[in-house]
Design a protein around this ligand. Sequence first.
Ligand code: MF3
Ligand code: CO
Length: 265
Amino acid sequence: MINYKTREEAELIRKSCKIVNDAIAETAKILRPGITTMQLNDRAEEYIRSKGAIPNFKGYEGYPFATCISVNAAVVHGFPDDLPLKKGDVVSVDVGAVLDGWHGDSAYTFVLKNTTPEVVELIKTTKESLYEGIRKATAGNRIGDISSAIQQHTEKQKGYGVVRELVGHGLGRDLHEDPQIPNYGKRGTGHVLKEGLVIAIEPMINLGRKEVYTKDDGWTVVTRDGKPAAHFEHNVFVQKGKADILSSFESIEKAEKANEFLYSE
Ligand code: MF3
Ligand code: CO
């Protein structure tokens, strides 16, 4: 069942998203070789709580932490841990928060300098594919239009692996609502998008092959070939003509640019 949102409700989701994105920006300020992903997690969690919100991942189907931090071959749902990050690491930070009953969920992939041209291209292309998908998220289009745009930009054009096992989703009163938003599919197929739908679009793209497995922690999704992956996520309010992006990478990109340890475009 799909729950459509009013403009007022979408604005409440935007408030949750702002906290989520600023929490990711806080991690971007302190990212450097030697820092642990648990330190990033704790900074993000502290920030969310300081804004009166609650981390919505913690306890979700038993997930034990406030954030998912996925390094290198980890695609998504990585556990924060006490291992120091190293030069060249690819670090995806996925954060969620609930404020006044409304959920926000967003993710961004950082790269610690120095990196390779192929990793730079993967990160750039994955972020672009998110916006390609968002461009199709308008009333009257179908879910397959979003999915196909992401797949075309990544798999068809660059030969990257598009993860099949995990998908984007509706959100609002719950972190995960209907419908599912796959990152692969056919144009003109699937549910028709209607005004008021709020969805998380989240391409998970592998530099190498598309196959993944889940580690024995029960959560961490890792590429089979051990090559790195990227993940970006926005929450989007479907409208006629143009989607309204409720999350924003503005504070994150500002912090990324200001951090000498991070690669930025
Ligand atoms: N951003 C992730 C997603 O939608 C949420 C992580 S799942 C959790 O899929 F269990 F960690 F909450
Ligand atoms: Co999500």
